[in-house]
Design a protein around this ligand. Structure first.
Ligand SMILES: [Zn+2]
Length: 343
């Protein structure tokens, strides 16, 4: 069977300011990111006499220039009529405010994702710094790591324009007509609160955002805003939402390349987390902090940016095991949380 592995049907990656047609009326764009993960894929869908864009790119001059180039070329012969954003992360929602201002178009987004973007962009209270400090202290951060927190807390707002003050809300199972086709909204959780994927049965194509990626395991993390969350249970439950799709569906992810082999990938992701969960469990023979678990799970050298992702991921695995009744979590008098195996 062809779904026994992952196939990448396209070799030619679009350069910045270019577009590659991957299905009739569906165009793949690639924009730069200032991280180790150095790109994001965005999509333009033919929508009658205009375009619907899916995701916008991060807010940097380079990405705005790429959009200008693209729209000054053949893609600009028709106007952008609408933007759909999959979730609140800055590489996806970054330029929503810029597009609104430039083209006076509506943002279609789930209410939870829009709320997160607005909340984090407009957050100004000092109380939020207390949340960050408390959260990372609980996780066992030492002084050197605690000193980096102020840099982290300002990074999100600088990477996005102010999201529109209102949206056209989209919901799970809603059908959105774009041009000649209906696209069904599939709302996944775990990576972000209400992540929208879009599936078109006519074209046999799904835009998966960051919910399903072909090579990288989507980041499933606990963040200071919701310190007791259990996103890994949500993410693993969400994998089932895609089971019923055709085995040869073309998946358009936000990173790496369009691919076929969705069901193989769903299974791989579930197995990957099973393995990580066992490793996490084994690291908790004696009471340990989340930071100690991180050091056991991530044996390679992590830069400071990566440590913040890794601590969130370690906590996600720990909280899953607590929810399953396999680990016990104890909040110490010193404000540090310890995890250990349930006897
Ligand atoms: Zn994301």
């Amino acid at each position: 069977m062809s779904d026994a592995k992952i196939l990448y049907p396209f070799d030619a990656v679009p350069a910045g300011g270019e577009a590659v047609e991957v299905a009739p009326g569906v165009f793949w764009l690639r924009m730069p990111l200032p991280f180790k993960l150095n790109h994001i894929n965005l999509w333009m869908l033919e929508d009658g006499d205009g375009w619907t864009i899916v995701d916008t790119g991060i807010n940097t001059p380079e990405v705005r220039e790429n959009w200008e180039t693209l729209l000054a070329g053949p893609m600009g012969a028709k106007p952008i009529k609408r933007m759909i954003v999959t979730h609140f992360h800055p590489d996806h929602v970054g330029l929503a405010g810029w597009f609104e201002e430039k083209f006076d178009i509506a943002l279609w987004m789930t209410i939870g994702e829009w709320g997160m973007a607005r909340n984090l962009k407009l957050e100004t209270t000092e109380r939020s710094t207390d949340y960050l400090n408390q959260f990372y202290h609980r996780a066992g951060f030492d002084k050197a790591l605690m000193n980096i927190i102020p840099e982290r807390s300002v990074s999100y707002p600088s990477r996005i324009t102010v999201p529109p003050a209102g949206i056209r809300r989209i919901v799970n199972e809603e059908k959105i007509t774009i041009g000649n086709h209906d696209w069904e909204v599939i709302v996944g959780t775990g990576h972000s609160p209400e992540h929208a994927c879009l599936y078109c049965a006519d074209l046999n194509v799904m835009i998966s955002g960051d919910q399903i990626l072909p090579r990288i395991s989507p980041n499933i993390s606990i963040w200071p805003q919701e310190p007791d969350a259990d996103p890994l249970t949500q993410f693993l439950d969400s994998l089932e939402l895609f089971d019923h799709l055709p085995r040869d569906v073309l998946v358009l992810p936000s990173h790496d390349w369009p691919f076929r082999g969705l069901h193989y990938r769903l299974n791989q992701l579930a197995c990957h987390h099973d393995e990580r969960l066992e490793e996490t469990y084994n690291l908790c023979e004696k009471p340990v902090t989340a930071l100690q678990v991180l050091r056991g799970l991530f044996t390679r050298e992590l830069d400071s940016h990566q440590v913040f992702f890794a601590i969130g991921e370690s906590l996600a695995h720990l909280h899953y095991l607590v929810a399953q009744g396999r680990l016990i979590r104890e909040d110490g008098m010193d404000g540090v949380t310890m995890f250990r195996q349930k006897p």
